[in-house]
Design a protein around this ligand. Structure first.
Ligand SMILES: *[C@@H]1O[C@H](CO)[C@@H](O)[C@H](O)[C@H]1NC(C)=O
Ligand SMILES: *[C@@H]1O[C@H](CO)[C@@H](O)[C@H](O)[C@H]1NC(C)=O
Length: 238
């Protein structure tokens, strides 16, 4: 069995759980802002809350302030998914969003989370459709199929196309990438929220397109957008 960093983390957590006799709750949390120095995984502070005795309430989660908490309890862990990891930090995954339009069909205009000037300075057309394209496991946005899709979409219509690059979290391992995409989903929803608030984008005009784990991304984005009281127009997973 290959003992990578993630496996060691999981087993450490399980070992800690096993040595907590009557106290059935372990809450694991770190708070890391975007761009904050990420701390090593084995430094996660573990606190227990002695009063909860119901096994169902035993919750293991990791929190990244702006982006909230990520539980690895059911349904994230189950017989079908026995090994579940926490998403790595926002600073490590650091997704990159490039906007392309007919005015910049090949030159990336970066849209930056929390930086509204990156929206104002871009060629974003608030009244046109907006596509998001996301790659899957081990890939990047710098793939031939993505370049082709961007250029075909721009050829067909005068639209906005955003590529989502999450190479910082796309693996290996697959297990880690599966978990990281949950965080990329929340981060991308925050980006869309910024586009709505600062750029006047209508979420109904957004079409998310994803391949493989990029399809999971679309689901997570749609889910988070509901929390923000908005609905994504269309999702295509392949
Ligand atoms: C928690 O447990 C302590 C000691 O067992 C008890 O005194 C206290 O009332 C409990 N608190 C709650 C909220 O159940
Ligand atoms: C994209 O990939 C090509 C080769 O496939 C490489 O030459 C180029 O430097 C890459 N661009 C970026 C931004 O990584």
């Amino acid at each position: 069995m290959i003992m990578n960093h993630a496996n060691i983390l999981l087993q450490t957590i399980l070992a800690v759980m096993n040595t907590m006799p009557e106290e059935k709750v372990a809450e694991i949390s770190t708070t890391e802002g975007l761009g904050a120095v990420s701390m090593p995984d084995y430094d996660i502070p573990i606190t227990s809350s002695p009063n909860v005795t119901d096994e169902d309430e035993l919750e293991m989660k990791k929190c990244y302030d702006t982006y909230g908490c990520f539980s690895i309890n059911y349904p994230w862990s189950s017989l079908k998914r026995p090994v579940t990891l926490f998403p790595e930090s926002p600073a490590k995954i650091n997704p990159n969003y490039c906007l392309y339009t007919r005015r910049n069909p090949t030159e990336c205009q970066q849209l930056r989370l929390g930086d509204s000037s990156s929206v104002f300075r871009s060629n974003l057309m608030a009244n046109e459709k907006m596509y998001f394209i996301s790659h899957g496991y081990l890939e990047t946005a710098n793939k031939t199929w993505i370049h082709k899709m961007v250029s075909e979409l721009l050829k067909k219509d005068d639209v906005n196309v955003v590529t989502v690059d999450w190479i910082g979290g796309s693996g290996p391992t697959y297990t880690q990438a599966v978990s990281n995409i949950r965080l990329v989903g929340v981060m991308t929803a925050h980006l869309i929220k910024m586009l709505m608030e600062e750029g006047g984008v209508n979420p109904e005009k957004i079409h998310l397109i994803g391949h493989s784990l990029g399809s999971h991304l679309s689901g997570y984005v749609g889910h988070k957008m509901k929390e923000f009281g908005a609905r994504i127009g269309r999702i295509t997973g392949e």
